[in-house]
Design a protein around this ligand. Structure first.
Ligand SMILES: Cc1cc2nc3c(=O)[nH]c(=O)nc-3n(C[C@H](O)[C@H](O)[C@H](O)COP(=O)(O)OP(=O)(O)OC[C@H]3O[C@@H](n4cnc5c(N)ncnc54)[C@H](O)[C@@H]3O)c2cc1C
Length: 319
């Protein structure tokens, strides 16, 4: 039996899904958000250890359109919580959660189904979309925003549009471990990555609100390591490799088996994404960094914009 009728269901409560849900809510479209985890935010999770604020994903972001994004942050009331790093990137004083929590507050009044996984999408005879949950519950909606990575979307689309599932099956991901360390000092912390190491990127924030002392430092290193390949003491080995003091005042390790699609490095990825988009039934929008038609990692604001654009396509469809 169907549950109550709703206009739009947003599947996935990461940054893209939240931006889409907020845009729909702003436009007075009855929306329900479904998220399988107990917390919103998806890959943007923040953890505080001994007063140091660490992000599991990137902690400082390149922004494609700073003016537009600043206006969005101001609309969310969090412009005062953003700052520009020495490298010209944008970071948040209390981590990426600042953005997630602000969006979550804006959609507080919409129905939220947490710890509920969508297993399959389909159609009822009357043309409305069916949303079959893993617990057997059946929902319906006039339109859908699917804001989940390809490795989950592949299963979800199998009944509705099998051709999309076949395309998404080809996605391959990079595995990345982000090791973050915090020091109460900024002295003696070289940041140049030595050659021939598994390190791909180092980000560093010094003298920001993300450390308990004024001169403290938070450093995040990205390593191309799967969890099972990690050395016994990744923090100690990283410190030795970089020439940092061996015992940081705080650390945090986040391993992402499916961090970003390897396809970003392939020149035909934009064409694949365009093809997947063309296969979407009217009334279904896809939003997630896996579906950005780019050959380079997209920027934080582009992921937000992707959620907004998906919502706007749905609003145009509903009419
Ligand atoms: C280490 C790392 C590096 C990254 N680098 C980049 C980068 O350079 N550029 C970039 O654009 N992106 C990057 N990403 C991805 C980026 O963090 C996300 O694109 C961004 O946060 C937007 O999130 P999202 O909403 O698209 O997806 P996610 O953050 O993956 O959120 C999807 C949500 O959907 C939920 N979900 C999944 N399946 C279901 C289901 N069946 N039913 C209900 N809920 C479901 C998940 O629990 C999750 O909360 C990176 C991610 C990591 C981890």
């Amino acid at each position: 039996m169907r549950d109550v009728m709703r206009d739009v269901v947003v599947v996935g409560g990461g940054l893209c899904g939240l931006a889409a849900a907020y845009e729909l809510h702003k436009n007075h479209i009855p929306t329900t958000l479904i998220e399988v985890k107990p917390e919103l935010g998806g890959s943007l999770q923040t953890k505080t250890v001994n007063g140091f604020i660490f992000d599991g994903a990137m902690m400082a972001h390149d922004i494609a359109e700073p003016g537009r994004f600043e206006a969005y942050l101001a609309e969310l009331g969090i412009m005062d919580h953003a700052f520009v790093t020495d490298e010209g990137r944008l970071a948040f004083d209390a981590g990426n959660r600042v953005l997630i929590d602000a969006l979550a507050r804006r959609i507080e009044s919409i129905p939220r189904m947490m710890r509920m996984a969508v297993s399959t999408l389909g159609r009822f005879d009357d043309g409305r979309f069916s949303i079959c949950m893993e617990n057997g519950m059946l929902l319906d909606a006039r339109a859908l925003v699917v804001a989940i990575p390809a490795l989950y979307a592949e299963r979800v689309f199998y009944t509705l549009t099998p051709e999309i599932s076949y395309r998404l099956l080809d996605y391959r991901y990079d595995t990345i471990t982000r090791v973050s360390v915090g020091y109460r000092t900024s002295d003696g912390l070289p940041l140049v990555i030595p050659p021939d190491t598994p390190l791909t990127e180092i980000q560093c924030l010094t003298g920001t609100p993300r450390t308990p002392s004024k001169n403290g430092t938070v450093i995040q290193a990205a390593l191309r390591f799967a969890a099972h390949d990690l050395p016994d003491d990744p923090v100690g080995e990283l410190a030795a490799l970089m020439g940092w003091p061996p015992n940081p005042d705080a650390d945090h390790i986040a391993t992402w088996p499916h961090s970003d699609p390897a396809q970003w490095r392939q020149s035909d990825h934009p064409r694949t994404v365009a093809h997947i988009q063309s296969l979407l039934p009217a009334g279904v929008a896809l939003a997630n960094s896996d579906y950005v038609p780019t050959s380079a990692p997209p920027h934080l604001d582009e992921r937000v914009q992707q959620g907004i654009d998906a919502a706007r396509r749905i609003i145009a469809h509903i009419g």
